[in-house]
Design a protein around this ligand. Structure first.
Ligand code: GAR
Length: 206
């Protein structure tokens, strides 16, 4: 029987713990997606080892070798299409994307961000959450649009901020939730249950 699992490409830049959460979810044959390609813009990162251990093909496309963001993104786009990718997951991919790439994959590309968007877009989210004194923090999986850390929200998970927290303890508590949120969001998209209306994503029942 032909597989109807959606083919996923994961873009990474680092340790790849969210990639691992997706690989683990996809290891279940009943999960509606499979990872067919991992692309890193940084050579030698641990995420590449995780892909190898799972038997998933990977590519290193070092952004430094390209004259422009558009040229780098075009190379990634070519590799994703050559592998028949249908959904792209950004998993700790620390590069801004060109408008063209974001538009080409619109509604088929998701990102995980370590904060409850629209609060704390950008970097150092845990430090900024502690400085702001918020009592709840968390993570967001959202569809990618050309604007940074913007786009319709699919899944959010919140954690309490404790008086004893420092950046590391808070990051660890959020990361645990990221590993649950990302497979959940990928499942929703792969099952075709996401309906985009303006800046909102409506989730249809299973
Ligand atoms: C994760 O916390 C992810 O949310 C964050 O980077 C970390 C990557 O960890 N992403 C961003 O900050 C994107 N702007 P991982 O490589 O272990 O998945």
């Amino acid at each position: 029987m032909m597989s109807t699992r959606k083919k996923v490409g994961v873009l990474v830049s680092g340790r790849g713990s969210n990639l691992q959460a997706l690989l683990d979810a996809c290891a279940d044959p009943a999960f509606p997606a499979e990872i067919a390609l991992v692309i890193s813009n940084v050579p030698g990162v641990y995420a590449l080892e995780r892909a190898a251990k799972a038997g998933v093909p990977s590519l290193v496309i070092p952004h430094k070798g390209f004259p422009s963001r558009d040229a780098f993104d075009a190379e990634m786009d070519k590799a994703l299409r050559a592998a028949g990718i249908e959904i792209v997951c950004l998993a700790g991919f620390m590069r801004l994307l060109s408008t063209g790439f974001a538009q080409a994959w619109r509604d088929r590309m998701i990102n995980i961000h370590p904060a409850l968007l629209p609060s704390f877009k950008g970097l150092h989210t845990h430090r900024r959450a502690l400085e702001a004194g918020v009592k709840l923090h968390g993570c967001t999986v959202h569809l990618v649009t050309p604007e940074l850390d913007d786009g319709p929200i699919l899944v959010q998970k919140a954690v309490p901020v404790l008086a004893s927290d420092d950046e590391d303890s808070l990051a660890a508590r959020v990361l645990e939730q990221e590993h649950k949120a990302y497979p959940e969001a990928l499942r929703l998209l792969a099952e075709g249950r996401v309906l985009v209306e303006g800046n909102r994503a409506l989730i249809r029942d299973a």
